[in-house]
Every structure is written in C-alpha cells, then in structure tokens.
Ligand binder design. Structure first.
Ligand code: HEC
Ligand code: HEC
Ligand code: HEC
Ligand code: HEC
Ligand code: HEC
Length: 197
C-alpha cells in the first residue's frame, strides 16, 4: 500500500471510470432538449478546447452562475456544489461569497502518460473541416448530417456520446496504434517527436 502512494496517478483504460466529488450529469446539461437536457454546447464549459492543447474543466464559478438560482434546495449533489461555490442564503437572500468558495477536485478520466503530447485544438480544427473523419456521431446529431456538425460536436470521435452519459467514461482505447492509424489516414504527423517529449 505504501509503495502505491509513491506511484503517479493511475492511467485509466478502456471503459474505466470512478466516482466524482459531485455527481455531474452531462445528460442534464449537454443532453438534447428532446430528451429533457439543456442542449448546452460542449465549449460552453470546455472553453479552451478549440484554441489550446487542453479542453479545460470549468471552475465552480461557472456552475454558480446558474446554480445560485437553479435547482432544488434538497438535492444532495447541489448542496455540495453550493458549498464549494460559497453560495448560501441569509434573510431570504442568496449570497455568493467567493471567499467561502473552494475548488471541486474533479478526477481525470482520460489521461495519457506524461511522455505523450496531445493537442486538442489541432484535432477540433481538422475534424470540423474534414467531417468524413468524424466517428461515433450520436444519433441525435446524425440528423443534421456530418457536414453540418459544429466544432463542439466532433468530440464523439474520441470521447463517444458524452451528452448521454450519466457518468463520463472512456470509450476509445486512445492507444498509440489508434493515434498513428488516424494520422496515416488523414495526413497527420507520424514522426515519434510529434507525439513524444
Ligand atoms: C455545464 C458544463 C459542461 C458541459 C456543457 C459539458 N461538460 Fe464535459 N465536463 C464537465 C465537468 C464539470 C466535467 C468533470 C466531471 C466529470 O468528469 O463528469 C466534465 C468532464 C468531461 C470529460 C472527461 C474529462 C476527463 O477527466 O477526462 C469529457 C471527455 C467531457 N466532459 C466532454 C464533454 C462533451 C463532449 C460535451 C458536449 C457534448 C461536454 N463535455 C459538455 C462540464 C461540462
Ligand atoms: C446554463 C445553466 C447551468 C450551468 C452553467 C450549470 N448547470 Fe447544473 N443544472 C442546470 C439545470 C437547469 C439543471 C436541472 C435542474 C433540475 O432538474 O432541477 C442542472 C442540474 C444539475 C445537477 C443535478 C441536480 C439534481 O440533483 O438532479 C447537478 C449535480 C449539476 N447541475 C451540477 C452542475 C455543475 C457541477 C456545474 C458546473 C460544472 C453546472 N451544473 C453548471 C443548469 C446549469
Ligand atoms: C482526437 C481525439 C480527441 C478529440 C477529437 C477530443 N478529445 Fe478530449 N481528450 C483526448 C485525449 C487523448 C485526452 C487525454 C489528454 C491527455 O491526457 O493529455 C483528452 C482529454 C479531454 C479532457 C480532460 C483533460 C483536458 O484536456 O482538460 C476533456 C475535458 C476533453 N478531452 C474534452 C473534449 C471535448 C469537449 C472535445 C470536443 C470539443 C474533445 N475533448 C475532443 C482526445 C480527444
Ligand atoms: C481522427 C483522427 C485522429 C486521431 C484519432 C488522432 N489524431 Fe492527432 N492529428 C490528426 C490530424 C489530421 C492531425 C494534423 C492536423 C493539422 O495539421 O491540421 C493531428 C495532429 C496531431 C498533433 C500535432 C498537433 C500540433 O499542432 O502540434 C499531435 C501532437 C497529435 N495529433 C497527437 C495525437 C495523439 C497522441 C493521438 C492519440 C491519443 C491522436 N493525435 C489521435 C488526426 C488524429
Ligand atoms: C500520433 C502519436 C504518436 C506517434 C507518432 C508515436 N507515438 Fe508512441 N505513443 C503514443 C501514445 C498515445 C502512447 C501511450 C499509449 C500507449 O501506450 O499506446 C505511446 C506510447 C509509446 C511507448 C510506450 C509503450 C508502453 O508500453 O509503455 C513507446 C516506447 C513509444 N510510444 C514509442 C514511439 C516511437 C519509437 C515512435 C516513432 C516510431 C512513436 N512512439 C510514435 C503516441 C504516438
């Protein structure tokens, strides 16, 4: 057990996941309106995905912008969220106090080993401009046709139908073979240094 503590964070594999500090439902937020979701764009929360290497998981302030007012008082998950965001009520007024806020320690589901380099933006740009390379497109988006997908909808290629997941899990192996195959098929870089530090 002690030896384990010195190990780097676990690299999760295919179909693995774990419980998060707050049970965040992508279904309610990003799920299609026809299925009771809000139909939010992925980039509303994953704000850097189109322009930088990482996608970014939103800070609790973004959640608070809605949840200071939205959602049931009695929801256990939203109680945890309000506490993290420094939201409380006093004399029938909702107060948001950033001094009482603390970050939510989301656990990483997708993580490549440290010697590998991955850049979201290059892939989002490529897939948006080359819709034939998009894979796993969810049924609720397929009605628009691949040529009309938004940049925020190409994620399914590597992450599957996250908008339908109660809990995010990894659906693609994302191993070297898959990366290199796709690079060969689409003119991406195949030299070792492109992906390895
Ligand atoms: C309201 C904000 C919000 C929206 C909208 C949203 N996400 Fe997320 N996403 C989160 C949060 C918070 C987490 C971290 C908690 C978790 O893993 O469930 C997360 C986690 C993820 C992860 C796992 C990250 C990791 O740790 O590896 C993926 C992949 C992801 N989102 C993709 C998407 C996609 C694709 C969409 C659009 C279909 C989307 N998200 C829409 C907030 C959002
Ligand atoms: C655009 C507004 C908006 C944003 C931003 C937003 N949410 Fe929500 N969220 C909602 C709505 C609307 C519901 C559905 C509420 C309901 O059904 O009572 C919801 C539901 C939830 C639920 C389920 C509550 C329950 O008990 O059913 C959780 C947990 C949650 N949100 C967490 C988050 C977190 C964490 C973030 C930030 C990463 C976030 N939300 C950002 C609007 C938002
Ligand atoms: C070409 C494959 C691919 C595509 C397309 C892709 N991702 Fe990822 N994503 C990955 C890989 C690989 C990782 C792990 C990266 C690492 O560990 O450095 C990851 C990690 C993440 C993470 C967690 C770490 C971070 O970067 O913040 C989130 C959130 C995420 N992706 C969201 C998205 C969203 C949203 C989209 C669509 C707009 C998207 N991804 C499109 C492959 C992809
Ligand atoms: C859907 C096919 C596809 C998959 C899957 C894919 N890539 Fe790529 N990748 C590309 C293409 C195409 C480019 C070239 C984009 C361009 O130049 O416009 C690229 C570019 C890159 C770059 C160079 C980015 C830059 O701007 O410096 C890196 C690094 C990279 N990919 C790493 C990975 C890794 C690591 C994986 C696996 C986890 C992966 N890719 C999976 C298609 C893919
Ligand atoms: C398109 C991106 C990409 C390219 C190009 C690439 N790799 Fe990798 N490589 C990865 C990813 C992602 C991993 C981690 C996942 C895995 O182990 O498959 C990895 C893992 C490895 C590992 C560790 C395997 C293990 O079992 O731990 C070695 C060694 C390696 N690569 C060598 C190379 C060499 C040598 C080249 C050039 C001939 C190369 N790679 C080119 C993406 C790439």
């Amino acid at each position: 057990m002690n030896a384990w503590l010195g190990q780097p964070l676990p690299v999760l594999g295919f179909e693995q996941t774990f419980d998060q500090p707050i049970n965040f439902p992508h279904t309610k937020h990003a799920g299609p309106v026809t299925e009771g979701g809000l139909g939010m764009d992925c980039t509303y929360c994953h704000r850097t995905v189109e322009n930088s290497s990482t996608a970014h998981v939103p800070a609790v302030e973004l959640c608070a912008s809605c949840h200071r007012a939205i959602g049931s008082e009695s929801s256990e998950e939203l109680k945890k969220l309000r506490e993290s965001a420094g939201i409380y009520s006093e004399n029938n007024q909702v107060i948001v106090d950033p001094k009482k806020a603390s970050p939510i320690n989301w656990k990483r589901v997708h993580r490549l080993p440290d010697h590998v380099r991955f850049v979201h933006s290059a892939h989002i740009n490529y897939l948006t401009n080359n819709p034939n390379a998009i894979k796993n497109i969810p049924e609720h988006l397929s009605i628009y046709g691949k040529e009309n997908v938004l940049s925020s909808e190409v994620c399914s290629t590597c992450h599957g139908d996250v908008a339908s997941m109660e809990q995010v899990h990894q659906v693609e192996p994302l191993k070297m073979g898959q990366c290199v195959n796709c690079h060969r098929e689409n003119g991406g870089p195949t030299d070792c240094a492109a992906c390895h530090h």
